[in-house]
Design a protein. Structure first.
Lengths: 326, 276, 272
């Protein structure tokens, strides 16, 4: 098993390096020169050169790449943003907070609701409750998450005016008491989290219910029932345990979501998170930020996969004891 | 039906083993199953086939008997060139089959054909029987010749032409297995590797199939490598019998010797069990 | 297949929408591009079943035309993604060895890219265009199909009928296309159907934030964006464009799920 892990780790390092390099290449290859964005068409000719020089854009691509690579691996330095001049890494760390809060809480919400409902409906397959919930979940599964957001926004923020429609905090947030600040944050986050949470829960519901139903129908469960094993025992010992495995790997695979941010949601609700950061950076052709954000997102996907694999391996004895060559 | 294969000339009634041509010779075959660790060395290996040597004479039926997991199918797969041995050789008329180049390999495949246990799984569910059988024929033939030979193939296994336009799921179990046999013969094969091909069928079917196989063997001068755990069918069809236990060939000899005066206790055990 | 209820519902939905979007523009009374100052932002009425938008254009017609864009994108992207994914999956699963390892590593790398981000980057740099969006979406959607196909090929190649085909001395190409490919079609079709739905969702998201289909062309996403501008006022814009997306995607999901149920291992593969 440790051999497997080791191989995986090597694989990951290579994947990450390749990925980051590819991001770098894509970004630089794409048409559009960052220097010209800032320019007024009437600006002096050498202003462009000054900017290029300041940001190191005039050097050959290979040199830029090497400088960047050494900066990244040694100091985690992605350079300074073209838009704000601040270190890209810093901007990202700042934006990470809101995103993690949003996606983290939404994921928890989504997994809990999705899993609970999924299990419950799988056990009572075919009953009215199952059919209703499944239909509702199908509805939300087929809905783009931002649409859910828009609808919720429309209803609660615009029509009813119960909740704020944008930002993480109000303008006067700092003037509130501690409790007041918490409530303020919550009020701002309820809608986005509900939106993403509902979206996630639909996905998890489908998945978990599916795997539970499949395992409940499988032959060995039938055999257990025939032997007279009690329903509860069947449920916990067999079904749940086996559905747990794909669930774990699914969670691992959802981890990247934590970072890439629910981009469109952040745009819809004007939340200062990674998604919005990437969006603005892309439009402004802010290379350092784009690369930094992209690399982070990429890394998170790769780590998420690794985590899912590890968890899966721990949980599934079959993989640990795998025999048979060729 | 001369196109199917030329009957062996003058090779009948050979008495002693050493006089007969060795069609297949298996030498010290070793096949391992196991896990590879980081440095590609196998840990926790199991020898599925452990230092097995025997030969199959042209025109005879050699049966290999053993319990599940004894390695019989692995040996069959090695002879069929599906599973590569970790050491040892398999010779076909003196040639090492694992040293064949692509063209020679194809020719070898066509000479040594499998008939598997599970006829359902052996036929491509998306192809009509006509297509499946045509695939077995020499592709350079004209379509008229192909039709002719298809008819021959079917009559050999006592099947009607009306199975041709059908799909496998529209055939009965017995029909499917007969199609598999027809396909195996359509390539002009000289040896059939029958891996539990009979014993998995219904009892009533078994008798028919055994009879068919024996007739075909005589008519087309075939060689059979017959794998089974069922001693009853072995008794009917085999000339020589080998006993396989945990990957080792513990006894091999003429059918009558094995059945009447087995030397190994394990063989006796097997025989005893089958009597019930 | 037709007995499967999920499938039936889905197929009904999908076909209705397809027919509406494809045929109706020829019969529909209103031109989706005609602007009419007097009729700005009208709620649903007899003459305008879905109401009008900010420019007085009939919403119903716009949604039908938008449907054409969204569906076209969904189908074309899915087609290319499935084509690429199937080829790669088949090569990987059949030849195994280092080719398999290399290709799967490539898949891992591609999967590592947050799709929206790449789309943003590339599309944001150049002018957003229909073709560009198709290309980028196709290039980043094939991976899942490749994985599914590879898994199927790995399983099918061990089947006895494939081994028998190899034993007949058939060449590799024949084995691949006659024995393996027809028997992995089922899951491919299921994946493809479900993918159409998800591509439509992604496209609507892109169009919503302005990076997808560009005005004056419409897609459901762009119409939604307009609705978002006036959420409280012209609620019908948001409602109907949103409904269009949801209903269509539900349709495709039902079809895909229905097909999958038909192919379920517990019922065995069926001839459909």
């Amino acid at each position: 098993m440790s051999a497997y892990l080791f191989r995986r780790l090597i694989g990951i390092v290579s994947v990450v390096l390749i990925g980051a390099t590819l991001i770098f290449i894509i970004v630089h290859l794409a048409p559009g020169d960052p220097a010209t964005i800032f320019l007024d068409p009437n600006a002096a000719i050498n202003t462009r050169e000054q900017i290029a020089e300041r940001f190191g854009l005039d050097q050959p691509l290979a040199i830029q790449y090497l400088k960047w690579l050494s900066g990244v691996t040694l100091h985690l330095d992605f350079g300074n943003s073209f838009s704000t001049g601040r270190p890209a890494a810093e901007m990202i760390v700042e934006a990470l907070g809101p995103t993690l809060m949003l996606t983290g809480l939404s994921l928890i919400f989504g997994i809990l609701i999705g899993a609970l409902l999924g299990i419950f409906t799988a056990v009572r397959e075919g009953c009215a409750f199952d059919k209703t919930i499944s239909a509702i979940m199908l509805f939300f599964y087929s809905m783009p998450s931002f649409l859910i957001g828009v609808l919720l926004l429309g209803l609660f923020a615009v029509r009813l005016d119960w909740l704020p429609s944008s930002q993480m905090v109000s303008l006067f947030h700092d003037q509130l008491s501690f409790g007041g600040r918490i409530i303020d944050s919550i009020r701002h986050l309820i809608l986005p989290i509900t939106t993403l949470g509902v979206s996630f829960s639909a996905v998890f519901f489908k998945y978990i219910r599916g795997s539970m139903v499949e395992s409940l129908h499988s032959n060995y469960i039938l055999a257990a029932r025939a032997r007279g094993v009690s329903s509860g025992k069947i449920f916990f010992k067999y079904s749940l345990r086996n559905s747990l495995l794909p669930l774990i790997s699914t969670i691992g695979l959802s981890l990247p979501m934590l970072f890439s941010g629910a981009l469109i949601i952040e745009v819809v609700f004007s939340l200062p998170g990674m998604g919005r950061l990437m969006f603005n950076a892309a439009l402004a052709r802010d290379y350092p930020v784009i690369i930094a954000a992209g690399s982070l997102a990429f890394l998170s996907v790769v780590l998420g996969n690794l985590l899912a694999d590890i968890l899966y391996m721990i949980a599934d004895p079959r993989i640990r004891l795998k025999g048979k060559s060729s | 039906m001369s196109w199917i294969r030329k009957p062996a000339s003058g090779n009948r009634k050979m008495k002693s083993n050493t006089d007969r041509e060795k069609l297949i010779e298996v030498k010290e075959l070793l096949v391992r199953y196991g896990q590879r660790n980081l440095f590609r060395r196998r840990e926790k290996t199991v020898n599925a086939v452990n230092d097995v040597s025997f030969f199959i004479h042209r025109g005879e039926t050699l049966a290999l008997v053993g319990e599940t997991g004894s390695g019989k199918s692995t040996i069959a797969m090695s002879i069929l060139h599906f599973v590569s041995p970790d050491s040892g050789k398999i010779l076909y008329s003196g040639e090492d089959i694992w040293k064949y180049k692509l063209g020679e390999l194809r020719a070898y495949h066509r000479k040594v054909q499998p008939v598997f246990q599970n006829a359902d799984e052996s036929l491509n569910p998306r192809l009509k029987i006509r297509s499946t059988l045509s695939d077995a024929l020499d592709p350079t033939l004209s379509s008229e010749e192909k039709s002719l030979r298809l008819r021959d193939c079917l009559s050999n296994v006592q099947l009607n032409e009306d199975v041709l336009p059908r799909f496998p799921h529209q055939l009965s179990g017995g029909q499917k297995q007969r199609v598999c046999i027809a396909r195996a013969l359509a390539t002009g094969s000289e040896m059939l590797v029958l891996d539990e091909a009979i014993s998995s069928q219904d009892l009533s079917l078994q008798a028919h199939l055994l009879k068919l196989l024996l007739e075909l063997k005589k008519k087309l001068s075939l060689t059979f490598f017959y794998i089974s755990h069922d001693l009853e069918t072995v008794r009917v069809i085999a000339d020589r019998v080998g006993i396989l236990k945990d990957g080792r060939l513990i006894e091999i000899g003429d059918k009558n010797e094995i059945f009447n005066s087995p030397k190994e206790s394990y063989t006796q055990l097997l025989l005893e069990r089958s009597r019930f | 297949m037709w007995r499967e209820k999920t499938f039936r519902c889905g197929i009904v939905l999908v076909l209705t929408i397809l027919i509406l979007c494809v045929c109706l523009p020829w019969i529909v009374p209103q031109d989706p591009y005609t602007q009419s100052l007097e009729e700005i932002s009208q709620p649903p009425s007899f003459s305008h079943p879905f109401g009008t938008d900010f420019f007085g254009r009939d919403l119903f017609s716009r949604i039908l035309y938008g449907g054409r864009s969204s569906l076209t994108i969904g189908i074309i992207v899915t087609f290319f993604a499935v084509a690429i994914g199937t080829v790669i999956g088949m090569i990987s699963g059949y030849f195994r060895g280092w080719i398999d390892a290399a290709l799967m590593r490539f898949v891992d790398v591609m999967l590592g890219f947050p799709r929206l981000f790449i789309l943003l980057t590339v599309i944001g740099f150049t002018r957003p265009s229909f073709g560009l969006m198709l290309a980028v979406l196709s290039l980043f959607s094939w991976m899942e199909v490749a994985r599914v196909v590879r898994a199927e090929v790995l399983s099918v190649r061990e089947r006895l009928y494939v081994k028998s085909a190899v034993a007949l001395g058939l060449n590799r190409r024949r084995v691949l296309f006659r024995y393996i490919f027809p028997n992995i079609l089922g899951p491919i079709i299921v994946s493809a159907t479900l993918m159409i739905g998800s591509v439509i969702v992604i496209e609507s998201g892109l169009s919503f934030i302005g990076l997808g289909v560009q005005p004056p062309e419409a897609s459901w996403g762009t119409i939604l964006n307009q609705g978002f501008q006036d959420l409280a006022g012209a609620w019908w814009i948001t409602l109907f464009s949103g409904l269009a997306i949801v209903v269509t995607v539900i349709g495709f999901n039902l079809v895909g799920d229905g097909l999958r149920n038909v192919l379920d291992p517990k019922t065995g593969e069926r001839e459909s």
